[in-house]
Design a protein around this ligand. Structure first.
Ligand code: 5GP
Length: 213
């Protein structure tokens, strides 16, 4: 919406994109935010990666095979997709369109390639980068993860410098030193974004009527 426009003001959805190198604690932050804010939606991506033990199909990801992923590509079902650590991941158009149209808030979890592509598609999308406090802590956290094989840990460690180097292109950076503090910072960002004039104006019907008199 054009700044300052009162007429035809319709709800504007808020799209938040969270990215982080593996081991930064993004998944823990995300699940806390979603638990604390049931009004916020999560865009469930499709992936060809096999599920981890604790992951549920349709909640964490839509776990699909290569053939199904190719079909989605043919049907133009993705807003963006990328190959990350040897698997394909994509944001489905139908996950976010209804939230955007109704003026709700939705969180996407993508790598840095996906985040910048989302911004090209939705210029108002808010990009948040979750950074670990230091390189040593990143390496330590990743090695302690027992959801990955050694080869996968190495793959993820090798990708970290590229992801870290792209954080300057993000709107916000949250350093995950302490989980609760990081969650509170993400909540602050969401609150501030929801106070932007383009999101407030559609709800100011009394002032609209006052101006229209
Ligand atoms: P993981 O396998 O650890 O769940 O995710 C690996 C990487 O893929 C993470 O950086 C995550 O943000 C990214 N990812 C998850 N879903 C998507 C998606 O839909 N699009 C893109 N571009 N990246 C994704």
């Amino acid at each position: 919406m054009q700044k300052g426009a009162w007429h035809n003001a319709s709800p504007v959805g808020l799209i938040l994109v969270l990215s982080a190198p593996s081991g930064a604690g993004k998944t823990s932050i995300l699940s806390k935010i979603l638990k604390l804010h049931p009004e916020i939606s999560f865009s469930v991506s499709a992936t060809t990666r096999p599920p981890r033990e604790n992951e549920r199909d349709g909640f964490d990801y839509h776990f699909i095979n290569d053939r199904q992923f190719d079909e989605y590509l043919l049907n133009d079902s993705f807003i963006e997709w990328a190959e990350v650590h040897g698997n394909r991941y994509g944001t489905l158009k139908n996950e976010i369109s209804h939230v955007v149209e109704s003026g709700g808030t939705i969180i996407l979890d993508t790598d840095t390639v996906g985040a910048f592509n989302i911004k090209k598609f939705f210029a108002d999308a808010v990009l948040i980068f979750i950074a670990p406090p230091s390189p040593d802590i990143l390496v330590d956290r990743l090695k302690k993860r027992n959801t990955e094989t050694e080869q996968r840990v190495e793959q993820r460690l090798a990708a970290a410098p590229v992801e870290i180097s792209r954080m300057a292109g993000y709107d916000y950076i949250v350093i995950n030193d302490d989980l609760d503090a990081a969650v509170a910072q993400v909540e602050t960002i969401i609150k501030a974004e929801n106070l932007k004039s383009e999101r407030i104006i559609p709800s100011l019907t009394k002032w609209r009527k006052y101006l229209d008199r």
